[in-house]
Every structure is written in C-alpha cells, then in structure tokens.
Design a protein around this ligand. Structure first.
Ligand SMILES: *Cc1c(COP(=O)(O)O)cnc(C)c1O
Length: 558
C-alpha cells in the first residue's frame, strides 16, 4: 500500500541517512588515508627525484609504445624481432638436414655403449660449446681440482636412487644432509643455529624471503609485506618478491664504494618492512655491503636481515685467515681498512645463504640456507596434515629430492677440508687482487668498481674513447666469457681455480682489448647490443624482455 511504503521510507531518511553519510565519509577518509600512506612510504623509499624520474620514464615509454602501435612502425619492429629470434635460435639449435634428433622414445631401448657413443657424437657435433677447461670464463664452473670429479661421481653412484624425502629408507643421506648444514653453520659462526639444504642459491634466497614473510605475518601481523634490498643484490630477491607478492624497494649503491646507501635504507623502513638484505659479496662487482650497520637497523626495527653469501660461500669466511682480511688498496692510499664482520657474529643477522655449489665445489644443485635459530626456520616449512596422501611435511620447495647430490656435496666438503678451502681462497683472491692492481696501475682507461675484497673484479671505463662493453666483445674474440653489467656499463670476472693459472694471459689480453676497442670502435658488438639496449631507451626493457623470452623458448627447441 502506498501509504505504508511512504511511512517506511520516511522512517529511513533523517537520522539513518545521516549515519550512512558518516559511514561513507569514514570510508572515504580511510581510503584516502591508506593511499596517502602508501604514497608517502613510496616517496620515503625512492626519494622525490627518482619518483619524478620514474614518472617521466613511464610517460616517455607510453608515448613510444603508442608510436610503435602505428602500422608501419609495428611492422618494422616485428621484422627486427623475427630476425633477432632466428639469430638466437641459429646460435643455440643445430640446423640442417643432417642433424639427428631424438624426438620420441626409441621403440626399443638402447645399450649403454650406444648411449655413450651418442653423447660423444653430440658433443662433437655441437662443438661442445666453450672449452671451459682452458679457464677463460667468469664463474660458471667452480672447479674443485682434477680429483674432485671422481670423488663426486663415486658419491653419485653409491647414492644414485636415494631420496631424502624418505629418511627411514635412506638414513645415511639424512645424516649427511644434517652434517652439511652443521658444517656451514660453524663456518658462519652459529653452531647452535638451524638451516636446510636447497637446490641452489636462488632457492636458498626464495626460501629465506618466504620464511621472513611468514614470520612477520605471525609475529608482527604484517599482511602487506615490503622488503629492502641493495640495487646490487641478486635477481633472486626480485624473483622471490614477485612470486610472493612482496613490495620491493631497491636502494641505490654509493657510486664510489658500491655499498648500499644506508641513509636511504633507513628512510625506506616502515611498519610493513619484513626484512633488509646485504650481500657478502654481491654478484655484479664483488663488493660487500655494510653488514654491521644493516644489522643495527634490523635490530632496532625488529625486522630480518638476510646476508647473501651465495657467491662469498667458501671464500669470504676464509679471507682473514688467507691473509686478505683487509680491503684491497689498489690506489696505494695506505687505506688499511679491515673487512667488517658479515656472519652470525653480527647482531641482527637472521639468515644467510651459502652456495656449496660455488666455491664449495659441490655438484651443481646444492646450496644451504641458514637461520639464527630453529624457531625462525619453522616458518620455512610446508606442512599439510590433511592431505589425502597422508600427513605431508617438506622443508623447502621440492618434494622428492636427489640424495645423490647431497652425498656429492658432503663428499666434496670432506675432500676439501678447512686446509683445502683455505688454500683455494688464497689462490683465488690473489688472482682477483692481481687483476685489480693491474687495471689500476697499467690500464688508465679503466677503473675497478669499489673495493672488492674477494674473488670478483668489475671494471668500467673512465675514458670517452673506450666503451667497456666493446672491450668485453674484444675479450670474447680472444676466447674469454665475461659478464656485462649495467649501471654503470661494466664487465666483470669471477675468478675460479681455473682462472688462477692464466691470470697473466687475462691481464695481457685485457690490455690488448682496450687498445683494440680504442682503435676500432664499432659500437655494435653483442655485449653492446644486449646490455646497451637494457636501459638506454624508453622501450629497451620491453624489447629485451621479448628477446629474453625468445632465448628461453629456444632452449626448448629440440
Ligand atoms: C650465484 C648467486 C646467487 C644465486 O645462485 P644460483 O645458485 O645461481 O641460484 C645469489 N646471489 C649471488 C651473489 C650469487 O652470485
């Protein structure tokens, strides 16, 4: 009936509408408040200048993308991309009608003789890529000496089918895994701590980030986690932030010391911060972040601090004993500065990653992540009490795991021993310091980035006549496989036991390469093309992403 409806609606209006208005206003205020807080925190972390630069870059990018949508431009980009794709594939995948391809299972199984012969044939057919044994490459093969391959193969053979997911079936593998972790914990000054093995540095880092996220959620109630890393930290941290939806603040490094800018780290910390990160040493230029200062910040704000020793692994813990406890003083300024503490002796350090498969010389697929205590490690575990397949508990990303790799890592560590690692650290750091000294003393066109204390030396150009990426290209022509870096453009070498005996060749080749790059600058070598594209133009990153995708696709072309 109309009258009762009118009565009902008029009953709603005055007071209730007022409260509805209040709720709306409150809601609006809440939205405005949370978003302003986000903007404010973002500005604190990035600073106004870099935020404006980011905005400018974004606008420039949108303009270029719009231009690229025009039919003619689009066609041109697509043809260039198609060409680049074919180029990438032709370098990786064997071409031609004579290539034998094994695309489906053989209808009848082959003999072991056939298998070995076929592998030999394939190696010959593919030119076996780089001859890594000549030592002309940066990192990649962390070789433990001539006998190590035998030691590892023997361990593989003995524990070939073992799987630590079933410790009752393979008790010795369980023991070896626990011992690998225990040995690393002692090396990093935390015998009462806890840890697990993982499949590599990336998994160690991803697990440490996950652990801190769960810890912060449970203990501090943080549901919108943020983390703060040096711009020189490994890409695995970006990967973890990407996988686990964590907001990432990447803080620039000081151009001279190559250490993370502490003031900006401080500014970026807020109530949502779960952890800080420092590297000892970092991948790009081998420098070490100020771990004690980062530890102080972490303690003060009750947040985590992960120290990435993936690369530092079995070198940094031996620096002092090896006689390299001081930073290099390439310029001879008499700066005798001690390399500060980097491990669990630093209050505030909550986790450390250490790659047994780098300078530990274990087979690839082996790393360790360590925590200050077992309480923190709990947050790494995955537990499912209600699975139809039974109660399920696993420490890391993997379910079934290769026990053979654990046995291989354990064997490598037993074979090397403290004396073995000490000797290898001595020779490797001596090699890196010799390169750094030679660059400073006798290649005026180049300079060493920061004060790298351990195994990595990165160099950039101080001469407008020399493009350092082109120097990298010249080095490739001399058979070297080095890494190109950006920000600034630079090239690095991670010294290994294989580089030690040919360090003088490296220095001589580098001197020649600089002269050649000066005399005949082409500006279009492969390092120049790929790394130059990365950040120099508005569309660089997007185009590089497309090329990188094409590269990954090509890896799976049989
Ligand atoms: C190699 C490396 C990693 C990651 O290791 P992977 O074993 O390649 O996954 C992480 N941090 C640093 C500094 C590294 O050099």
């Amino acid at each position: 009936m109309p009258s009762s409806m009118q009565k009902a609606s008029s009953a709603v209006s005055p007071t209730r509408l007022a409260t509805l208005d209040n709720v709306k206003t409150l809601l609006l205020l809440y939205v405005v408040w949370t978003n302003s807080l986000k903007v404010y925190r973002h500005l604190c972390a990035r600073g106004i200048t870099s935020t404006l630069t980011d905005v400018y870059k974004w606008v420039a990018q949108q303009v270029v993308f719009l231009a690229l949508r025009m039919p003619q431009m689009k066609k041109k980009v697509e043809t260039e991309m198609a060409k680049a794709k074919i180029d990438i594939e032709s370098k990786l995948v064997p071409q031609g009608p004579n290539v034998i391809r094994h695309l489906s299972l053989p209808s009848q199984g082959k003999t072991s003789d056939w298998i070995v012969q076929e592998m030999e044939r394939m190696d010959a057919e593919m030119g076996n890529e780089v001859n890594w044994r000549n030592g002309k490459l940066s990192g990649a093969v962390y070789h433990g000496g001539p006998d190590m391959e035998q030691i590892i193969v023997a361990a593989f053979q003995r524990y070939c089918v073992s799987n630590p997911l079933h410790p009752d079936v393979f008790p010795a593998v369980r023991k070896m895994e626990a011992e690998i972790v225990a040995m690393c914990l002692r090396m990093y000054s935390n015998p009462d701590g806890a840890g697990t093995t993982t499949s590599g540095g990336t998994e160690s880092i991803v697990m440490a980030v996950k652990t801190h996220r769960e810890w912060a959620k449970e203990v501090k109630g943080i549901t919108e986690p943020e983390m703060i890393i040096p711009a020189s930290a490994h890409a695995a941290f970006d990967k973890a932030a990407n996988y686990f939806k964590i907001k990432l603040h990447s803080i620039p490094v000081d151009p001279a010391t190559r250490q993370v800018d502490l003031k900006r780290v401080k500014r970026a910390i807020n109530a949502n911060t779960i952890m800080l990160v420092g590297s000892a040493i970092n991948f790009p230029d081998g420098n070490i972040d100020p771990i004690p200062e980062l530890g102080e910040l972490a303690k003060k704000h009750d947040i985590g601090l992960h120290v990435d020793c993936c690369l530092g692994s079995f070198i940094v813990p031996f620096l002092e004993e090896a006689g390299y406890g001081e930073f290099p003083d390439f310029e001879g300024k008499g700066n005798k500065k001690k390399v500060p503490l980097f491990d669990f002796r630093v209050p505030g350090v909550t986790s450390i990653s250490c790659d047994t498969h780098k300078y530990g010389f274990a087979p690839k697929g082996s790393s360790v992540v360590m925590y200050r205590n077992a309480e923190l490690r709990k947050h790494q575990y995955y537990l499912n009490p209600e699975w139809m397949g039974g109660v399920y508990a696993s420490p890391g990303l993997a379910g079934s795991r290769p026990g053979s790799l654990i046995a291989g890592a354990w064997a490598a560590m037993q074979y090397m021993g403290r004396d073995g690692y000490l000797a290898s650290a001595k020779s490797i750091v001596a090699c890196a310091r010799k390169i750094g000294q030679a660059i400073t003393d006798s290649i005026p066109e180049l300079y060493v980035l920061g004060n790298p204390p351990a195994s990595v030396i990165a160099f950039a150009s101080r001469s407008p006549e020399v493009n350092v990426l082109e120097v990298g290209d010249m080095m490739s022509r001399k058979g070297w496989h080095l890494n190109g870096l950006t920000n600034p453009a630079a090239v690095h070498i991670a010294c290994t036991r294989l580089t030690v005996p040919i360090v003088d060749t490296f220095i001589a080749d580098l001197k020649d390469a600089v002269q050649e790059a000066k005399l005949r600058p082409s500006g279009q070598g492969s390092m120049v093309a790929v790394y130059g594209l990365g950040n120099s133009s508005a569309v660089g990153p997007k185009m590089v992403n497309r090329l990188a995708t094409a590269f990954l696709d090509a890896l799976y072309k049989a």
